[in-house]
Design a protein around this ligand. Structure first.
Ligand code: M6R
Length: 596
């Protein structure tokens, strides 16, 4: 996730900006840059760590400036794509977090008008738009420019020879830090705490203008807003976690946003045939490890149902041992990091076998993106907790969209059916939000698991892999032994292990598996294993058979892995917390597994 900072005041702006940017490093980034206002704008940026950029930074003079750490989304991680960007005249410099959805169209227009671009980013259109609209009032020019932009932003601008900074926000965080004779601006308070703990949070569609002496916030109609500053009592570490106790919990709560961003930046690309052109694969193989493998398993059900294409799923570490006989023409490789050694090896092997390759990853420019022909980017933002949460849920979004794309190409769904599915997908952020709103109930229910030595997770159909993922989450962060099972397999062995000390978690959405799941729950309870059942709101029958019930918003059955996954993530989190585990860094595990 990109980081923004800004400063205006008597100090050396470069020093403030560098130290504040370093406080935002935890957000993840691949390049960094600064622009300092002097008689001319002084600009410096580079790919890689802030220290790399700093090592070649000239001693810029000036007390006004902006800085940025970039997490690549549109355009590779590279020096030209790093922020800030300047206009053609070198009069304005701008940094941005978010996505400009209609940038391609705006860029075409601006190119035709003679504007010169130096990067592949969506952001660069903003500075040229402001240049086009600038008639001496920077704030007015920004407001006019944002009126034609579709997307999300925290955007910050400085102007040659001026002491003010102008910024605006839509669905991306922006906070002003108030000093005495100086003012600050950043993506989060972490960057400000060395200088001030008095802050003003900027809200969606507001614009802010600040000088060393004054900060004015404007509402969408241009009227000044009166806002009382908040006093922050968090430590820097608490601030990085946005007030959450762990990164994992913060990332679980970021899922509505992550889903929305992934949909926003991919829906149109897919619908306009921008991926998998001539997508007529007669069969598909999906290859991945760990949590990404569970997403692949869910993807198999969805693609087969929606696009009517046979799908095989294989662990990346096993793929190399296959003979390649009757190879599937399309191989989809899933890796949130894009650096997992086994998945990279599988991508090379798939190409060696002559397959078309598509990666689903969260990291722009990762090694995997260079090993495949096409890439679908999830837009979860960096994930810091070792346990994959928001990256998993956005991988699901990716697989559902790819299923729609294949269905469209193969005419396996009518236009109306595709439209309905699109609308259902757009409801997912709200569905997940509602589950999160009920997190305290899940926290209470986690007591059922916290003292167990073993836990079973049961589901059927596409919730069989959902429960495999639930079991993986619990074991990796709480160190409780957990097994995911297809509920129908229970009688074929695991039933022998059930007793009153072995709780079971069961996915029971009202779909075609419901009656059988209910019978399985009764079967388990009969062995005295306490059952925690997850069902849809309005279900009164579940409580008759299960020890405890968590109800989630009803969704069309195909989408049930979304709300159920969120419950499972929260259950693991709260069980691990009760056991006092090191949740963000579980023992023996690494975020990125770069050895085979
Ligand atoms: O980066 P990848 O998606 O390729 O990582 C694969 C697994 O190592 C990963 O999903 C792992 O299972 C999760 N961190 C577990 O939460």
């Amino acid at each position: 996730m990109c980081g923004i900072v800004g400063y205006t005041g008597p100090r050396v702006a470069t020093e403030v900006i560098l130290s504040s940017l370093k406080k935002l490093e935890y957000r993840g980034y691949d390049s960094a840059g600064v622009a300092i206002v002097g008689e001319e704008l002084q600009l410096h940026k580079d790919k890689g760590e802030i220290a790399v950029m700093e090592s070649t930074l000239p001693s810029f003079e000036g007390g006004v400036g902006i800085g940025h750490t970039r997490w690549a989304t549109c355009g590779r991680p590279s020096k030209p794509n790093a922020h800030p960007f300047t206009d053609c005249q070198g009069r304005l410099a701008l940094v941005h977090n978010g996505i400009i959805e209609n940038y391609a169209e705006i860029r075409r227009e601006l190119l035709a008008e003679g504007h010169r671009f130096t990067s592949e980013t969506d952001t660069e259109v903003l500075v040229h738009l402001v240049e086009r609209n600038f008639e001496g009032d920077l704030r007015q020019a920004l407001v006019k420019s944002l009126a034609v932009v579709k997307g999300t932003y925290a955007v910050v601008l400085v102007e040659k020879g001026a002491r003010h900074i102008v910024a605006a926000r839509k669905e991306n965080p922006l906070v002003v830090g108030l000093g005495v004779g100086e003012n600050f601006l950043a993506s989060d308070v972490t960057a400000l705490l060395d200088y001030t703990n008095k802050v003003l949070y900027i809200m969606d569609d507001e614009v802010v203008e600040m000088t060393p002496e004054k900060v004015t916030i404007y509402d969408p109609s241009g009227r000044p807003v009166q806002r009382r500053p908040e006093v922050i009592s968090w430590s820097a570490e608490e601030a990085q976690k946005g007030g959450f106790e762990h990164f994992m919990l913060k990332e679980i709560f970021e899922q509505p946003e992550a889903i929305r961003n992934t949909l926003r930046s991919n829906l149109e690309i897919l619908e306009n045939g921008g991926l998998l052109g001539n997508a007529e694969a007669s069969s598909v193989k999906i290859v991945a490890c760990g949590t990404s493998y569970h997403a692949a398993m869910i993807g198999k059900y969805v693609i087969e149902k929606v696009a009517k294409v046979p799908v095989a799923v294989e662990l990346a570490s096993e793929y190399r041992y296959g003979t390649g006989a009757k190879e599937h023409p399309l191989v989809v490789l899933i890796s949130q990091s894009g650096e997992t050694a086994d998945t990279l090896a599988a991508a090379r092997e798939a190409r060696r076998r002559g397959c078309r390759t598509l990666a689903i990853t969260n990291v722009v420019g990762s090694t995997l993106t260079r090993e495949v022909e096409e890439v679908f980017y999830t837009r979860a933002g960096p994930e810091i907790g070792v346990a994959a949460t928001k990256t998993f849920i956005t991988q699901l979004v990716g697989l559902y969209l790819i299923a729609m794309r294949l269905a469209q190409a193969r005419k396996a769904m009518s236009v109306d059916e595709l439209r309905t599915m699109r609308a259902q997908m757009q409801q997912l952020p709200q569905v997940v939000r509602k589950v999160l709103d009920g997190s305290s109930k899940v926290e209470e229910a986690a007591d059922m698991l916290a003292d167990a030595r073993d836990v079973f997770f049961l589901g059927r159909n596409l919730n069989f892999p959902t429960m495999l993922e639930g079991a993986l989450k619990l074991k990796e962060i709480s160190y409780i032994h957990a097994e995911g099972y297809a509920a129908g397999e229970l009688k074929h062995g695991p039933l022998a292990l059930l007793d009153s000390r072995t709780p079971t978690v069961a996915a029971c959405p009202k779909d075609h598996t419901y009656d059988k799941m209910l019978a399985n729950v009764a079967e388990v309870q009969a062995r005295e294993s306490p059952v925690l059942a997850i069902g849809f709101e309005g279900d009164r029958d579940l409580a008759q058979v299960a020890s405890r019930v968590i109800l989630v918003p009803e969704v069309p059955p195909m989408f049930s892995p979304f709300p159920i996954t969120v419950v499972l993530q929260l259950l693991s989190y709260y069980a691990a917390k009760r056991r006092g585990c090191s949740i963000d860094k579980p023992k023996n595990l690494a975020k990125s597994v770069t050895v085979e």
